[in-house]
Design a protein around this ligand. Structure first.
Ligand SMILES: NC(=O)c1ccc[n+]([C@@H]2O[C@H](COP(=O)([O-])OP(=O)(O)OC[C@H]3O[C@@H](n4cnc5c(N)ncnc54)[C@H](O)[C@@H]3O)[C@@H](O)[C@H]2O)c1
Length: 309
């Protein structure tokens, strides 16, 4: 069997945990790159030395240049800076945007057919930026997929059922405007709504929306990464094994819900060609208003980026 090549740009928390998870699942050989060269090499050494326990023969290589992505089947982008003192959200956006363009250029030169998956924030905007510059790039962003997994976790805890008994999703944008779709969630095939009081519902939606922030509050200078890396691993697996799992990922919209020229997090199936099909809901008036808020805010950011160019 051909061993697939997975290149991960950014060997920080999400990148290195994703490399470890993918290696334990033997999804391919993993090439880990970071702007801090020795850091990626050290992370790769550490992961490799854990693999005998997992009975995995995947090889993890620490890379010293982006050039080592040549011929990759998958490129995961977790590279990015953090907000330093005095930096606005927009400053961080521009910093990460420049990193995306630098990596995107290399992808289109060295691995143009690769399935590209972005986690760097703001993920919906960065996914749009890559797709707008290189329309042929097979790119998706993590979007609300992690939020949807958190939603599932919180619902299962509240209902005291197996996490597998719950189906739910979150759409919109991976920020404060995200929309956990309570009305569409089900437990064992019955609507979750039937088991929740309005107070429960408010509390659970708040837990999902604050899920990332609640972790950062405790970790102080770091953010959560186990759950994000798990989700990235599942998405890459769905691509490599053509599983057609459905995740609410950042995708370029092309008329869905009447929107275009932006990326939104919507349920999409992931298989060998990357994003195969976006699944649309028949939105209620209330859901439509919330999605409009996400789209309006995305439109504003895109206008600012275009003004800067
Ligand atoms: N969408 C989501 O649900 C979600 C969840 C978790 C994290 N994230 C985002 O994913 C990104 C990674 O998170 P993390 O916790 O791993 O951060 P981290 O700070 O631990 O890792 C980022 C890494 O990127 C590296 N880097 C910076 N510039 C680079 C460049 N030009 N080329 C290569 N590497 C570069 C840094 O040296 C660092 O090691 C962040 O933007 C974070 O906000 C998104």
């Amino acid at each position: 069997m051909t061993v697939r090549k997975i290149f991960i740009a950014g060997a920080g928390n999400v990148g290195s945990a994703a490399a470890a998870f993918m290696a334990t699942k033997q999804l391919g050989n993993i090439h880990l790159y970071d702007i801090l060269e020795d850091f990626a090499v050290g992370q790769a050494m550490d992961i490799n030395q854990s693999l005998p326990y997992w009975r995995s023969d995947s090889k993890v290589t620490g890379c010293r240049s982006l050039g080592e992505m040549e011929g990759a089947d998958v490129v995961v982008i977790t590279a990015g800076g953090k907000r330093a003192e005095g930096m606005t959200r927009l400053d961080l956006l521009y910093q990460n945007l420049d990193i995306m363009y630098e990596i995107g250029e290399m992808v289109m030169t060295l691995a143009p057919d690769a399935f590209v998956h972005v986690t760097s924030n703001p993920v919906d905007v960065l996914t749009w930026a890559l797709k707008e510059r290189w329309p042929k790039m097979k790119v998706t962003g993590l979007g609300c997929a992690l939020d949807a997994m958190r939603f599932r976790f919180f619902l299962a805890e509240h209902l005291n059922v197996s996490r597998e008994a719950v189906n739910c999703t979150v759409i919109g944008t991976h920020d404060d405007n995200m929309i956990p779709l309570v009305n569409r969630a089900d437990v064992g095939g019955t609507p979750v709504k039937e088991h929740l009081s309005p107070d429960d519902e408010d509390r659970l939606v708040t837990l999902v929306k604050h899920g990332g922030g609640d972790i950062v509050k405790r970790l102080k200078t770091r953010s959560g990464f186990f759950a994000a890396a798990t989700k990235v691993t599942q998405i890459v697996e769905s691509h490599l094994h053509n599983k057609q799992h459905i995740f609410p990922l950042s995708v370029l919209v092309n008329g869905e819900y009447g929107y275009s020229d932006m990326a939104l997090s919507l349920p999409v199936s992931i298989g060998e060609r990357g994003a195969h099909k976006v699944f649309e809901f028949d939105l209620s008036d209330e859901e439509r208003i919330l999605l409009d808020v996400c789209a309006d805010s995305m439109r504003k950011v895109i206008a600012e980026i275009r003004e800067r160019a």
